[in-house]
Ligand binder design. Structure first.
Ligand SMILES: [Zn+2]
Ligand SMILES: [Zn+2]
Length: 278
């Protein structure tokens, strides 16, 4: 059996309705999952605006919702007996830790996912780079790919060290567009894995990588092995943005986890972790 949970999914392509949410639950049930968790992007919510620099046009354009709509919907789903957990997929932007801590402390999340989607300006007067934005793929042609990877991997270590996150999201998403350094990056994997272990965070095995230009699961198998050697716990997540992707490719992901030596996955309730057989 693969995992029984899927803790990373987004409702953002639909309305704040129980009908839309139930479609995610229905797919989960059909795929044998017992519990799912929603992890919306905070950039949508006005209450979370302070965790990003200002101005940041990509965020500002989407920062129109109220967190209440989301919280109420999850509450409503629970009242209806649906097995759903409440979370956000927090963006970690260095320098915004205090705002992040405030936003994170405002509600009783079941777990917190910390992801890096933004790289800070490389030089004074530069701008933040949303490196996974398909509209900015041409930026990749102008950068030193290895240097970008180094900066990214430093940031995920830093994110873990804040102690604010239970789970590190798609730990090597820097590869999303398919740009990879020619050099071996085993040292980056090992350094990040030991930061994760020291911080006590979990790493998600995120199947969305198989659906992206890179066509590879996050983390890459050698990175996952480094996590295993360092003693970092894992769980399997889909990062579904549509109901059809809930629990997608979980058997295949479980095989990757076993191949790396994992025999257990993590589950969370009120930010307390428990382990179950994989
Ligand atoms: Zn993400
Ligand atoms: Zn996500």
């Amino acid at each position: 059996m693969a995992a029984v949970t899927d803790y990373h999914m987004h409702l953002e392509r639909g309305p704040w309705t129980l009908e839309w949410l139930e479609r995610f639950v229905d797919t989960a049930r059909a795929r044998g999952l017992r519990e799912i968790g929603f992890s919306e992007h905070p950039h949508r919510f006005r209450e979370c605006r302070a965790i990003y620099p200002a101005p940041l046009p990509w965020v500002d354009a989407q920062n129109t919702e109220r967190l209440d709509s989301y919280l109420r919907l999850i509450e409503q789903a629970r009242a209806a007996g649906l097995p759903v957990k409440l979370a956000l997929e927090w963006d970690y932007l260095p320098g915004f830790e205090a705002a992040l801590e405030r936003a994170l402390g405002a509600h009783p999340w079941d777990y917190t996912i910390g992801s890096v989607h933004w790289l800070p300006p490389a030089a004074r007067g530069g701008e933040w780079w949303g490196f996974d934005d398909p509209a900015r793929i041409s930026d990749w042609e102008r950068v030193d790919v290895l240097e970008v990877y180094r900066r990214y991997f430093r940031l995920i270590g830093q994110a873990a060290r804040t102690g604010l996150f239970d789970i590190i999201g798609h730990a090597d998403v820097i590869k999303v567009m398919g740009y990879r350094p020619k050099a071996d990056i085993a040292d980056l994997y090992e350094a990040a894995a030991s930061e994760f272990a020291a911080a006590g965070v979990c790493v998600e095995i995120n199947t969305a990588g198989w659906r992206k230009p890179v066509g590879e699961i996050y983390p890459a198998p050698p990175f996952l092995r480094a996590c295993r050697l360092a003693g970092v716990p894992v769980l399997i997540n889909s990062d579904a943005h549509v109901p059809e992707d809930v629990g997608r490719d979980f058997d295949r992901a479980a095989a990757v986890a076993r191949e790396a030596g994992y025999r257990e996955t993590a589950a969370f309730a009120q930010r307390v972790r428990t382990m179950a057989p994989l």
